[in-house]
Design a protein around this ligand. Structure first.
Ligand code: CUA
Length: 349
C-alpha cells in the first residue's frame, strides 16, 4: 500500500540520517577514561547531592511501586463480569479523597524541605561571611564553543580545559560564557551550574580527595557540545603551588631545531592571531586556547584526544576532521609544517 510505503520510506530516511550524523562524529580516543559519576563523590557538596539523589529515588520508587500495585489490585478486584453493563455511579468518598490529597501534599512538602536544606548547604549565598570561611582558590572559568578557559588571577595563570585545585581548600569558581550558554558540571565535585553570556554565576565546593575528575558541558551549546569535556585535577598544596608557578611563567624559547622551525611556522601561519604563547606571541584575538604550556596538559580539544605527538599532528593536519565545526580551520599544512609545529607544541612545557 502506498501509505505504508511512505511510512517505511520516511522511517528509513530517519534511520539513515541519524546514522550519517553519527558517522560524522570523530572516532575519538577516549581521553577521559573514567565516566564521571555523581554517585562517587569527592567533595562534601557532591556527597550531599548524591545522598539527596538516592533519597529522592527511594521516595519515587515507593510511590511508583505503591501506585502500580494499587492499580493492578483494583483493576482485578472490581472488574465486571459484564463489560457492556454500565458501572455503578459513585458520588464521592471523603476519606479516600482526603487520603489522595494529603498523601501527595505530604510527600511534596517533605521533598521540598529536604531539597531546600540540601540547596542551602551545597550552594550558600555568596556573601562576605561565606567568603571568610577559610581560604578559597579563586578561579574564573569561561565557557567557549567548545572548550573551557580557566584563569587564576591570583597567580596570573591562564589555561584551558584542565584545572588544578588544592585538596581540602574551598574552590570559588566564577562562571561566564563567551558565546552561548554552557553549563559547567564536574559530577564528582559539584552540581551543575549555568554559564550565561552577559552574567556571572558562581560555585563553591571543597575537594576532599586527590585525583583527576572528569566534567562535561551540561547545556546543549552547538555541534560539539558532547565534546566539551574538562578535567579537574585535585592535588596537594605543594603540587598546586608548583603547577601554578609553572603555568604563570612565560614560555621558554624552543630548544630543538625542529621546534624552532615550528615556531617560525606558528608566526608565518599567523596562529598567534588566535592563540597566545605568553612571552613569545600575544594573541590579537583571544579566539583559541592559550598555548603557553600546552605540552603540560593531558588532553587536546577539550577531551577529544589525548595529548601526545601523534594526536597533536592529527589535530594540526585537519582540526575539522577531529572536531567538526570548531573554530580552527583546516590550514592545509604540509607534512613538514605539521611535524615542526608538533615539535614546537610539545616543547611548551
Ligand atoms: Cu558547552 Cu554544551
Amino acid at each position: 500500500m502506498p501509505s505504508q510505503n511512505l511510512i517505511l520510506h520516511s522511517f528509513c530516511l530517519v534511520i539513515s540520517a541519524s546514522l550519517s550524523v553519527s558517522c560524522v562524529t570523530p572516532p575519538a580516543v577516549p581521553a577521559l577514561p573514567v565516566t564521571p559519576s555523581m554517585f562517587s563523590p569527592a567533595s562534601p557538596e557532591a556527597a550531599m547531592l548524591a545522598t539527596f539523589g538516592v533519597v529522592i529515588h527511594i521516595i519515587m520508587a515507593i510511590v511508583f511501586v505503591g501506585v502500580t500495585i494499587a492499580a493492578l489490585f483494583l483493576a482485578r478486584r472490581f472488574r465486571s463480569a459484564y463489560p457492556a453493563q454500565q458501572g455503578r455511579r459513585i458520588f464521592g468518598n471523603v476519606p479516600l479523597e482526603l487520603g489522595w490529597t494529603i498523601a501527595p501534599a505530604a510527600i511534596n512538602g517533605l521533598t521540598f524541605v529536604v531539597s531546600r536544606g540540601v540547596m542551602c548547604s551545597v550552594d550558600p549565598e555568596v556573601s562576605a561571611s561565606t567568603a571568610q570561611q577559610g581560604p578559597a582558590e579563586y578561579v574564573q572559568a569561561t565557557g567557549r564553543q567548545w572548550w573551557w578557559e580557566y584563569r587564576l588571577p591570583e597567580y596570573g595563570v591562564i589555561t584551558a580545559n584542565e584545572l588544578h585545585l588544592p585538596l581540602n581548600q574551598r574552590a570559588a569558581i566564577e562562571l561566564r560564557a563567551d558565546d552561548v550558554m554552557h553549563n559547567w558540571w564536574v559530577p564528582q565535585l559539584t552540581g551543575k551550574r549555568y554559564m550565561i553570556p552577559g552574567s556571572v554565576n558562581s560555585l563553591w565546593f571543597t575537594p576532599t580527595e586527590i585525583g583527576a575528575f572528569g566534567g562535561v558541558c551540561g547545556e546543549f551549546c552547538g555541534l560539539q557540545h558532547a565534546w566539551m569535556r574538562t578535567l579537574v585535577i585535585v592535588e596537594s598544596d605543594d603540587a598546586i603551588r608548583q603547577w601554578a608557578q609553572r603555568q604563570a611563567a612565560s614560555a621558554e624559547a624552543p630548544q630543538s631545531p625542529l621546534a624552532q622551525q615550528g615556531e617560525s611556522g606558528f608566526a608565518q601561519r599567523t596562529c598567534w592571531s588566535c592563540h597566545a604563547i605568553r612571552g613569545r606571541f600575544q594573541a590579537t584575538a583571544n579566539a583559541g586556547p592559550d598555548l603557553t604550556h600546552m605540552a603540560g596538559r593531558s588532553i587536546i580539544a577539550a577531551g577529544v584526544l589525548e595529548n601526545n605527538a601523534e594526536n597533536m599532528a592529527r589535530w594540526l593536519r585537519n582540526p575539522q576532521d577531529v572536531k567538526p565545526g570548531n573554530l580552527m580551520p583546516n590550514l592545509q599544512l604540509s607534512d613538514e609544517e605539521v611535524r615542526t609545529l608538533t615539535a614546537c607544541m610539545l616543547e611548551l612545557r
